[in-house]
Design a protein around this ligand. Structure first.
Ligand code: ADP
Ligand code: MG
Ligand code: MG
Length: 195
């Protein structure tokens, strides 16, 4: 399936709402294994996205994803800002000629994060959500269980990238904050496309 502009806008708006609603939860997750600012960072980005999209209604998918990317790069900061920013920027470039299959779109975002973050699955980062979601979309079976299973899996991992990796074994037993914010991104997607 392909995500058209109207649904893609709904997707981003829902994501922004969830980031704002769960700011303290994301900060708490980051307090346990990082520096406690992931909720504040993402909330700042969420507000910037809303403001940028409100200023000028995006006319196409490239506009929508590019505006989202720039707002996140400029306002989220930390490690996560450039990573989300790269994902959305790569996605904006990929849809330039023609809209593509949703699974290919998310694959491109995932690859962007891996490239920018020098990361891969199993390192206890947002990639541990993006990758299983990509695979589920390819198999046409993205649903809430996929997200829940990915979060359960990420909880038990030992971090080898990002701030949480300083804790080594002690990072085990905690949900990675970036994985949780990415879970909100894809829960928003499920709300738009259905299970
Ligand atoms: P900071 O760690 O700079 O305070 P945030 O708290 O906003 O930034 O974001 C932390 C999140 O970023 C982590 O939970 C993790 O999911 C993600 N992250 C950090 N480094 C990487 C990386 N190299 N690759 C993928 N994701 C990463
Ligand atoms: Mg942090
Ligand atoms: Mg920080």
């Amino acid at each position: 399936m392909k995500l058209e502009l109207t649904d893609a806008k709904k997707w981003i708006n829902l994501f922004v709402e969830k980031l704002e609603a769960n700011k303290s939860e994301l900060n708490e997750l980051d307090t346990a294994i990082g520096d406690g600012d992931h909720g504040t960072n993402m909330d700042r980005g969420a507000q910037a996205v809303t403001e940028a999209l409100g200023k000028k209604e995006p006319e196409n998918l490239t506009d929508l994803y590019k505006t989202t990317a720039f707002a996140m790069i400029q306002k989220v900061g930390g490690a996560s800002g450039p990573l989300y920013g790269t994902a959305f920027l790569d996605m904006s470039k990929a849809v330039k000629e023609d809209n593509l299959e949703l699974s290919d779109l998310i694959q491109i975002g995932t690859d962007g994060i891996k490239r920018r973050g020098q990361s891969d699955v199993g390192m206890k980062t947002m990639i541990d959500i993006w990758q299983p979601v990509t695979e589920a979309l390819k198999a046409n079976k993205l649903n809430q269980q996929v997200i829940d299973a990915a979060l359960n899996n990420v909880k038990e991992l030992v971090a080898t990238k990002g701030r949480a990796s300083y804790l080594e074994e002690k990072s085990k037993g905690h949900i990675d904050p970036g994985a949780q914010s990415s879970a909100y991104l894809f829960e928003s997607l499920i709300e738009v496309i259905g299970e």
